[in-house]
Structures are given as structure tokens and as C-alpha cells.
Design a protein around this ligand. Structure first.
Ligand code: G3H
Ligand code: 13P
Ligand code: ZN
Length: 328
């Protein structure tokens, strides 16, 4: 059944769990997510980026979600717009059945100027007004969150923003967060807490203190009714990197966010945890493996089925690790 982000995260807050938000672009990813959720009885957030909407097409995407909902009627399902960039993106998402939208007013802001902040407040408040009229939830974002804001994706050298901005700039200011939520009335807030998008988050093994727990805790304490969202939360598992590279891939060694760190975040108010890269890697590592092991194979299902299985296992692990399992 379709539910809003507010309904789902209120439940998560009550029970102290986090919900992974997995990105969807195609049927196989949708099936992987729902099979995993059904296996462990977890509620689901499926999110689609603007890129996903243009890749699959809004009609295809919407009907695919309808089908998944019909196949798994027992699973609460929130369909969320990932990184909406303006009112039109958010309004059309709702029209296609999204029950939640992210208005990412930080996309435009690569410096923390007052003008950027005012722009973010204005546009997010307009989206919140509109979405709340029709019963959809809104996620806003405050803070510089890594490389997506700097030209759409990872840096060319394969690494994120390390060294380019100070650690301080990468953290959301709690006072500003309080002001932002009061002014915009968002249901959930993505904060900058030390992560970035993509596979290349850290060039060394993280030392276990990579998230700004004090910032998370402080914002949560002052905004107990606003659910915190962690973007860039892929863990980039070594085992998947190894399969990818063992079968002809040339992915440079990289480190993501350790699952234990995410779990610590969940203990301090993080409720929505965005994961795309891990799902991509879970599938494409298997494409490489099948392609390398069977050079005559040309049936796409022979690639897609094991890739789907691999993504399903990853999703199932995250539902369990974040405590969402058993909460459908
Ligand atoms: O944060 C962005 C998500 O990973 C979606 O990426 O815009 O390539 O679909 P995309
Ligand atoms: P990852 O690139 O770490 O999977 O983050 C995805 C994300 O934040 C989508 O909004
Ligand atoms: Zn994101």
C-alpha cells in the first residue's frame, strides 16, 4: 500500500529504526527491492531521480510502481522524488503517484551565501505548500553535500570533495537547520554530515569517525519532529569491488560509509538512508562476471537474473542492518 514519507518515518522514529531509500530506474531494481522487503517484512522507500524519470519515462515508471504495489500489497511503499530541482519536477512527480518529493534547493548553491540560503528557503517553502495541500511529504536539504552539487557526479579524478572544501563547510549548521525547518515546514531534512554521492567517497579506509555525530545529534535534539536524511550512504562493499575488478573492471580502490556508522546515525535521529551506488555495483559486478565467464551468452536474462539476485541480497542486508526488517 502506498504511504507518505511522513507516515513511514513517523513510524520509524517511534520504533527507532532507519529506512533505506533505494533508487529505481528499471523493473529489475524494483523487483529486487520488493522481493527483499517481502522476505524480511520491511517497509519500502523507492526513489527516482530526474535521470530515472527520463530513462524509464514517467508513465512506465508510474505503472511499474503500481505493479510492484499490486504484487506486494502487504508492504508499505513510499515513492519519492530524489533530488527534485524545482517546483515543476516536484508537482509532476506527485501527479504520477509519488507520495513524497525532495526539493533540493542546495543544488544551486555551491557556496554558503545568504542569497543561496534565501533561494533554498523560498523554493522549498513553495514546494511544501503545494505538496501538503495534496497530502504528499517533502524532504529539503541544507548544506554542501559532496560532489553532486558540483557538476553532477563524481570528480574526474575519481574522488569527491576531499581537500576542496573544509570539513566545516561540509557540515550543516544546526542554528540554520532550525530556521530552515521553521520557515519551510519540511517533513524530512537532508543534512551534510560528512558523506558524498557516488562510489568515490573516501580514498582511505575511514577511521570510524567519519560522520559528524555531534551535528546529527544536535539537529535531532532541536528538531525532534523533523526526520533526518542521510544521502551518499552507500558502503561500496569491498567484495563487490573485488568481483567487479576480478572480471575485467578497472575501478580504483575506494571506500564508502561503513554500515556501523550509518547505524550510529540511526541511533541519533537519521531515518532515511539513501543508497544508489551499492545497488548499481551489486548489479554491474554480476554483468561483468557473467560476461567474462560465458563469452557466448547473449540472453539478457542470464545477466539480469543473477544481477537482480545480487541486488536483492544487498537490499535485504540493509533492511536488516537498519532495523527496518519486521516493521512492514
Ligand atoms: O544522488 C543521485 C542518485 O544516485 C541518482 O543518480 O541522477 O544518475 O540517477 P542519477
Ligand atoms: P550513494 O551514491 O552513496 O549511493 O548515494 C545515493 C544518494 O544519496 C541518492 O540521493
Ligand atoms: Zn542524494
Amino acid at each position: 500500500a502506498r504511504i507518505t514519507l511522513r507516515q513511514l518515518l513517523d513510524h520509524a522514529a517511534e520504533r527507532g529504526y532507519g529506512v533505506p531509500a533505494f533508487n529505481i530506474n528499471n523493473m529489475e531494481q524494483g523487483l529486487a527491492i520488493m522481493e527483499a522487503a517481502a522476505a524480511v517484512d520491511a517497509p519500502v522507500i523507492i526513489q527516482a531521480s530526474r535521470g530515472a524519470r527520463s530513462y524509464a519515462g514517467d508513465i512506465m515508471l508510474a505503472k511499474m510502481i503500481d505493479a510492484l504495489e499490486e504484487m506486494y500489497p502487504q508492504i508499505p511503499l513510499c515513492l519519492h522524488q530524489d533530488h527534485g530541482n524545482d517546483e515543476a519536477t516536484c508537482a509532476t512527480a506527485i501527479k504520477y503517484g509519488f507520495t513524497s518529493v525532495m526539493m533540493d534547493g542546495s543544488l544551486k548553491a555551491d557556496a554558503k551565501t545568504a542569497a543561496d540560503y534565501d533561494y533554498n528557503v523560498d523554493i522549498t517553502r513553495r514546494v511544501t505548500d503545494m505538496a501538503h495541500w495534496v497530502g504528499a511529504s517533502v524532504e529539503g536539504e541544507l548544506g554542501v553535500l559532496g560532489s553532486l552539487e558540483h557538476g553532477g557526479g563524481e570528480q574526474e579524478d575519481g574522488h569527491g570533495l576531499e581537500g576542496k572544501v573544509s570539513r566545516d563547510q561540509l557540515l550543516t549548521d544546526p542554528d540554520q537547520a532550525v530556521d530552515f525547518v521553521r520557515a519551510t515546514k519540511v517533513d524530512a531534512l537532508a543534512i551534510a554530515m560528512g558523506t558524498s554521492h557516488g562510489a568515490y567517497k573516501f580514498s582511505r579506509q575511514p577511521d570510524g569517525d567519519i560522520l559528524a555525530m555531534n551535528v546529527i545529534e544536535e539537529i535531532h535534539r532541536r528538531l525532534p519532529n523533523t526526520h533526518l536524511v542521510m544521502h551518499g550512504s552507500s558502503s561500496v562493499p569491498q567484495a563487490l569491488q573485488d568481483v567487479f575488478n576480478q572480471f575485467g573492471g578497472e575501478m580504483p580502490q575506494t571506500w564508502g560509509v561503513p554500515v556501523e556508522e550509518i547505524v550510529r546515525g540511526i541511533r541519533h535521529g537519521v531515518r532515511k538512508v539513501n543508497i544508489d551506488t551499492d545497488c548499481r555495483l551489486a548489479m554491474t559486478a554480476i554483468f561483468r562476471k557473467v560476461g567474462a565467464q560465458s563469452k557466448v551468452e547473449f540472453d539478457p536474462r542470464k545477466f539480469l537474473k543473477p544481477a537482480m539476485d545480487s541486488m536483492r541480497e544487498l537490499c535485504r542486508e540493509r533492511f536488516e542492518q537498519f532495523g527496518a526488517a519486521g516493521n512492514a
